[in-house]
Design a protein around this ligand. Structure first.
Ligand code: ADP
Ligand code: MG
Length: 748
């Protein structure tokens, strides 16, 4: 009984839908806004004015109205909007929707957080609805986003507003494992929300992938999608799309490039820039601060910021994945008192999405690359956007700060500028970005560099991370296009390296070359590094030029010269050791150590500022990984273990010895000194965790070299077994030598 009823109902619904579509078509056609006009200039409909069909041939005006319900929209869309609590339109929606609904191409520009998403989602739904798009029609609209997170967010908005429509929609983004499942389903989808790469992958790989009937193409963050990073992909995509289509381009920093528009073959697009007349290019409720922060104080400043804003939801931008990883990992270990998260392009997709949603929900600090700079609307508002590294241009600045103060909420941002980057202030001013230059309050600064230095020793895997962060930061500055702002040669490189907690400044080839040429002619403007070196510029290579050198404070200008010309006379070949065993990039790089480094200087070795002691150097010639022993804490830890091991070994040795002596005594009645040894037996600390096997191994390695005392250079050869070595009585140097030897055996 129910079946025929529902069939009847469906038929009726279809009929009324068809009637509705007819009505909408007539309404839209009869009240089209003039091409080139901005509907915003028209007044809203008077209160209680009739909406829709007024009589047989007249319809209400829809250009300039300020409520969604006054637009010629399907009931399904109106209901979806109402459920999502969208009632009044924002400026960009008022300006662009009337043009978009009547089929025109739209270039929409409006500040961040001003509601551009609905300005294209609604006309996509409406177009397909009025075209009576069904499952068998395939792909009707493609919406392209520069990032996966943004694509996901657009998908959510589409699902919410389009929930009463019957369209199938798909989220096609990179990093998802189910590409094969996608391939099977993609031709059944009506609306695709995708990143350029994944869309192209489907175009290339999915059999029968058909978008020849596609009606509407949308580029969200259009200027980004059209920039060089996506150029190739986008051109390939465009070449497969039908020319007859409607196209929407939206961004807070819209492209006006004729070439871009030609590439997209837009037809007389409506350019709607609703905030062009605005005094500011950024949201009015956004308070923006700039602070001049020397490079080596950036992390101190960031740390201090976090510690003083524990109740805020903060988004921190850094310029590379590697910096994000390092700062996140290091700060996490220092427990600032607020959850920390990180987001970057090298993360697994599931993780990325999870982090993104967690950050939406919870108060925390999110360290991110520009992957989070565009479009994202973290639904529980972000309080602060902190730009630790200067953005590449004003557009990037605008998008980053645009993650806060969205829609009608307030927000704050702070940009750290290096003294050498102050030109950025002029750029911001010229682009109508109102920033307040503020001096950091020194008394609130909580230095973190010292803590980082200790951390790097405590957690050896952090050191290569710090190195990579260092190199990629320099790289990011080096490759910046705007050379008036970004000059890698103006950076205090050693101080920066030290501020990351690195014990020595990694050398970077291009810098080396630049500095050399600077030394030849300090006045001349430096040329860009030759192309031939481009690829290797940032590889700390194994040759001499790129040794990682520890340098004197006074010779700062020379710091990045060839290592063999610095610290001459101080460094013997035996002092060259390997560092960073865990770094792929830096594998087998050499380290020069200046043993006469002044105490208390910023390069941190141990608490006293000492380099490796002489014995360590001797041991180093065995080529081990012992340079990590620079930390006193870790050293102490090794020695403690060593002592325990030695005691254990001693105990066994002594047992053997006692037995032997007893036998000897019995046989030969010889008197041997065994008293001390026996006394010590009772003190043996058995808490050491090493098992018998380890002890045995050490017994086999019993031949140890060590200095007879710390001053004497003479080496004695002593056998560990049976000699009077007690862990308590051997000198520090001896312990070091033993420890290093032990480490050698452990690493080999
Ligand atoms: P943009 O793309 O311009 O940066 P979004 O489309 O992401 O901005 O919208 C920013 C926020 O404003 C979102 O949280 C969205 O839900 C909200 N929003 C958009 N349009 C409206 C509206 N008409 N009424 C209320 N909230 C809106
Ligand atoms: Mg947006």
């Amino acid at each position: 009984m129910r079946r025929p009823k529902s069939k009847e109902f469906r038929k009726q619904q279809r009929l009324s839908e068809e009637e509705e579509i007819k009505l909408l078509d007539s309404w839209i056609q009869s009240q089209k806004p003039n091409s080139g006009s901005n509907p915003m200039s028209l007044p809203p409909l008077p209160k209680d004015a009739p909406v829709g069909r007024i009589d047989d041939t007249t319809f209400s005006r829809y250009a300039g109205v300020n409520r969604f319900s006054h637009l010629p929209l399907s009931k399904k869309t109106i209901d979806g909007l109402r459920d999502a609590k969208f009632v009044a339109m924002t400026d960009i929606q008022r300006a662009s929707l009337p043009h978009a609904l009547c089929g025109r191409d739209v270039l929409g520009a409006a500040k961040t957080g001003s509601g551009k998403t609905l300005a294209f989602i609604i006309p996509v739904l409406e177009k397909l609805h009025r075209e009576r798009w069904g499952p068998e029609d395939g792909v009707g609209s493609i919406i392209i986003s520069p990032t996966r997170e943004l694509a996901g967010q657009l998908f959510d908005v589409l699902k919410a507003v389009g929930k009463y429509h019957g369209f199938s929609a798909g989220l096609l983004i990179g990093g998802r494992k189910d590409v094969n499942m996608e391939k099977e389903r993609v031709n059944e989808l009506n609306i695709l929300i995708c990143t350029p790469g994944r869309l192209l992958q489907h175009m290339d790989e999915t059999p029968n992938f058909d978008c020849s009937q596609m009606q509407v193409l949308v580029l969200d963050e259009a200027d980004r999608i059209l920039d060089s990073g996506f150029k190739k992909d986008l051109n390939a995509i465009i070449s497969q799309l039908p020319k007859r289509r409607q196209t929407f381009l939206f961004s807070a920093t819209q492209t006006k490039s004729i070439q871009d528009l030609a590439r997209l073959s837009l037809k007389d697009p409506e350019y709607l820039s609703v905030h062009e007349e605005s005094v500011t290019a950024t949201p009015t409720l956004l308070k923006q601060i700039v602070m001049i922060v020397p490079l080596d104080q950036k992390l101190d400043m960031l740390w201090s910021f976090i510690k003083t804003h524990l109740q805020s939801k903060t988004l921190v931008f850094l310029s590379s994945c590697k910096q994000v990883k390092f700062v996140f990992e290091a700060f996490k270990k220092l427990h600032p008192g607020i959850p920390l998260k990180c987001l970057h392009g090298r993360m697994k997709q599931e993780r990325r999405m999870a982090i993104y949603s967690e950050f939406c929900e919870k108060r925390s600090v999110l360290f991110s690359t520009d992957v989070a700079a565009r479009g994202l609307d973290f639904n529980k508002a972000v309080d602060w956007v902190v730009q630790v590294d200067c953005p590449e241009n004003v557009a990037s600045y605008i998008h980053r700060v645009g993650r806060t103060a969205r829609y009608k909420s307030v927000g704050k941002s702070v940009l750290f500028l290096l003294p050498s980057e102050v030109e950025m202030l002029e750029r911001l001013k010229a682009a109508k970005v109102p920033v307040h230059l503020t001096k950091p309050r020194k008394e609130l600064l909580q230095p973190v560099s010292g803590l980082l230095a200790s951390l790097l020793i405590k957690y050896p895997d952090l050191q290569p991370r710090a190195q990579r962060a260092f190199v990629t930061y320099l790289r990011s500055i080096h490759i910046q296009k705007d050379k008036e702002i970004f000059d890698v040669l103006k950076l205090p490189i050693d101080e920066y390296s030290a501020s990351l907690g690195l014990p020595m400044t990694p050398k970077v080839r291009f810098l080396n070359q630049k500095i050399k040429s600077k030394a030849v002619s300090t006045t001349s403007v430096l040329a860009e590094p030759e192309d031939s070196n481009k690829e290797n510029d940032f590889v700390v290579s194994t040759n001499k030029l790129d040794t990682i050198a520890l340098k004197d404070e006074e010779t700062d200008d020379d710091l990045l010269r060839a290592a063999d010309t610095s610290n001459e006379g101080d460094v013997k070949s035996s002092e060259i050791t390997e560092i960073m065993p865990a770094t792929r990039l830096l594998k087998k790089k050499k380290l020069k150590i200046n043993v006469h480094r002044p105490l208390g200087t910023r390069v941190v070795f141990d608490d006293e500022g000492n380099t490796l002691p002489p014995l360590a150097r001797i041991a180093d010639t065995h080529g081990g990984k012992e340079s990590l022993l620079l930390d006193p804490e870790q050293k102490a830890e090794y020695y403690k273990r060593m002592r325990a091991d030695l005691k254990k070994a001693d105990k066994e040795d002594k047992l053997v010895e006692r037995k032997r002596l007893r036998e000897k005594r019995m046989k030969q009645k010889m008197k041997l000194k065994a008293g001390n040894a026996e006394e010590e037996d009772s003190e043996v600390d058995n808490s050491g965790s090493e098992g018998d096997e380890a002890v045995d191994r050490r017994h086999k390695k019993s031949k140890i070299y060590f200095d007879s005392d710390s001053d004497g250079g003479e080496r004695n050869e002593v056998t560990g077994r049976g000699a009077n070595i007690s862990a308590d009585s051997i000198t520090l140097e001896e312990q070091e030598a033993l420890a290093l030897k032990l480490l050698n055996s452990m690493h080999s």
